[in-house]
Design a binder for this molecule. Sequence first.
Ligand code: ADP
Length: 398
Amino acid sequence: MTFPVIGVVGGGQLARMMAPAATALGFELRVLAEGEDVSAVSAVPTSPVGDYRDLDALLEFSQGLDVMTFDHEHVPTEHLRVLQAAGVNVQPGPDALVNAQDKLVMRAAIDRLELPNPTWASVEDVEALVAFGEQTGWPVVLKMPRGGYDGKGVRIVDSPEEARQTTEWFEAMAPLLAEAKVDFSRELSALVARTPDGESRAWPVVHTIQVDGVCDEVIAPAQDIPLEVAAAAEDAAVRIANELGVTGVMAVEMFETPGVGAGFLINELAMRPHNTGHWTQDGSVTSQFEQHLRAVLNLPLGATDVLGPIVVMKNFLGGDNQELFSAYPMAMASEPAAKIHCYGKEVRPGRKIGHVNLVGASAADVDSVRQRATTVANIIRDGRAPARPGPGNSEEHS
Ligand code: ADP
């Protein structure tokens, strides 16, 4: 018996965090890296450098793999089809993945499944955008269907005058996706995994907090969510996975809309482990990274039970502190229960460089668990203790 070889296209932190799961199970992980210095390279011994847009590089990388999977969704759909035709076991396959690559395709799929979408339209030009805004009411949200991440490729358009200033966007890509601006109470994420044979498992729906379009914090499970909304959101994620033939981990990002329709609307799909699932590393029986490997290998999925009443994940972005390790003694001493995950990336302002997971003893403590996780993350980001509130000092926890 030999152990399987898994190839991951893309060497970011998601690929990096698959490595401990692969090691534990005895699998060989290989990564097609964008460069010698990307996050996964120091964690994965076989990390050839190659361009994921280059079919030859992908074909070469596919040699000897049992399965090819992804750290991001940017591999061209047509390359994936060629790989499949060449006999490569691509998971998720192109027909599923295109729903995470192209927001217009995704919106149409969600409509087809009769799941709750915001009002949307495919708009070819400024006139069509103005017409959409006049119909649904301003403001509207304009999105590049392909290539966006962390809020890049998303803009709010407040008025017909502002719509007329979006010509550049239509020149860059057309058609674009226009959506009604949803009045949501919070953002949610429903995470599932599915195998090629059709086994699926979901984690409980979580509350995600975005700052400037970037995931900043996750509270698992989402607190005070009506049971029927949580169940419907989980069911929607499982149904999407089944009906679109998704394999591996998928995150369904949602807007909570209390009292309106099903109580949520679907925002977007990600078909890979996702920032909103990092809490599972320390807060669930099976982490999303292990589950992804099991799923793409068509192995039985692991249990998704939560390991405590409340789990908080807090991201840290690049800040003042260039020497992250120098802050570890203080960070670790401040919260011995915190689990620190560092992506091995060069510190640049605003760049995601790590996160902290903390399991709390009681859901009633959610505020204190959030505060404690934030303190650890801020110590690492800033390289110093958080400022204490006091006379003349108003910059408490930034
Ligand atoms: P990305 O692909 O860059 O993550 P998203 O489509 O998730 O882009 O949008 C980024 C953020 O913009 C969302 O997390 C949400 O806060 C806000 N947003 C996106 N679409 C809408 C919408 N239709 N209504 C209100 N806010 C939205």
